[in-house]
Design a binder for this molecule. Structure first.
Ligand SMILES: Cc1ncc(COP(=O)(O)O)c(C=O)c1O
Length: 346
């Protein structure tokens, strides 16, 4: 079996900037840095302009994290006391430290999506009736791809139906697109076609795209103008942010098409896992994430990942019996061969 360094499958956020990215950061920052709170960092301005054009939206706001982009959007789309509809395992609900309650003072109606994917009927059924006793449903948040759904992807036609329900009931529609390029590449879809169904989108540069930091919130001019103020209130106004924005610019210029390789790698490894009798279930693999279940008689997910670590493979147990593998640009051909051999010999 080939010897390799650590195979880090914990998340696609663990990638390190490549030499090409670091050189680009050095070059693109020379003479272009400025105070972004004053709107004077040319690299940040270029990134906001470029990502807006890719999605065909009016404007964009560079934020330090996907969490901040999502939380700014939720705050802008709601009034205190409103209700936000989302999947029960969505990032905005489960993994943003209760931000919806803290920042926006809203309640959440968590729904049971199929691998995290909601449908229009479910959403329509979840909308609060107009009644003096009831809160107001004002926002739907979709997550595409869906992290805890195993990298599942929305079909464009289903998004269209959800948008129709939102429009009919005067609800806004936000997309947590932390991994939206994975979804677009997997379905060979155009970003502009997708974006027109949403009131706002957050896009992460620091996941599969391999940039070190940041996310963009996309929306109308007016929405982003208000968002800029909320970003400042959240402490997310950055100064010479071109240093990190340059990494994001490089990522969107070089690392979108190659996401296909991560998807292929996930499929190859899922096939190997599928031959193992102690793996009782594997979520459908559509993009760069594999979630699989282990027979508890064999080992718990925590025990299994502890064992993997002794073989230089890092992964997270995401429940008692579920393990997640995430593929990304620092996973090489050699890593894949090592993983295949390792699983074969299990
Ligand atoms: C689907 C999804 N949305 C949002 C985020 C938040 O991104 P960040 O870690 O940059 O706050 C993540 C992070 O992994 C995520 O998986």
């Amino acid at each position: 079996m080939a010897q390799v360094d650590i195979v880090d499958l914990r998340s696609d956020t663990v990638t390190k900037p490549s030499l090409g990215m670091l050189n680009f950061i050095m070059q693109s920052c020379k003479g272009y840095l400025g105070d972004d709170v004053f709107g004077e960092d040319q690299t940040v301005n270029q990134l906001e302009d470029k990502i807006s054009k890719i999605f065909g939206v009016e404007d964009a706001l560079y934020c330090p994290s996907g969490t901040m982009s999502n939380q700014i959007a939720i705050k802008l789309h709601t009034e205190p006391g409103d209700e936000v509809i989302c999947d029960q395992n969505s990032h905005v609900y489960q993994y943003e430290v209760g931000g919806i309650a803290v920042h926006s003072h809203c309640s959440v109606k968590p729904l049971d999506g199929l691998y995290g994917i909601l449908n229009a009927q479910q959403i329509e059924n979840a909308i609060q009736p107009i009644d003096i006793h009831r809160t107001v449903s004002s926002l739907v948040v979709l997550e595409n791809t869906h992290n805890r759904g195993g990298g599942s992807v929305y079909k464009l036609n289903d998004i269209k139906k959800i948008e129709t329900v939102c429009k009919k009931n005067k609800l806004r529609l936000h997309l947590d697109g932390a991994r939206i390029f994975n979804a677009l590449v997997a379905q060979n879809e155009n970003p502009k076609t997708l974006a027109k169904y949403f009131d706002s989108i957050s896009v992460c540069f620091s996941k599969g795209l391999g940039a070190p930091v940041g996310s963009a919130l996309l929306g109308s001019k007016k929405f982003i103008e208000k968002g800029r103020k909320i970003r400042k209130q959240f402490g997310g106004g950055m100064r010479q942010a071109g240093i990190i924005a340059a990494g994001a610019l490089y990522a969107i210029e070089h690392n979108i098409e190659r996401l296909k390789t991560d998807h292929q790698n996930a499929s190859i490894i899922a096939k190997e896992l599928n031959t193992k009798p102690f793996i009782t279930n594997i979520y459908p693999v559509e993009t760069n994430i594999i979630i699989f279940e282990i027979d508890e008689k064999h080992a718990s997910a925590a025990e299994f990942t502890k064992f993997l670590k002794t073989k230089r493979i890092l992964a997270f147990p995401i429940s008692k019996n579920k393990v997640r593998f995430v593929f990304h640009l620092d996973i090489t051909k050699e890593h894949i061969q090592y993983l295949k051999d390792f699983i074969k010999n299990l």
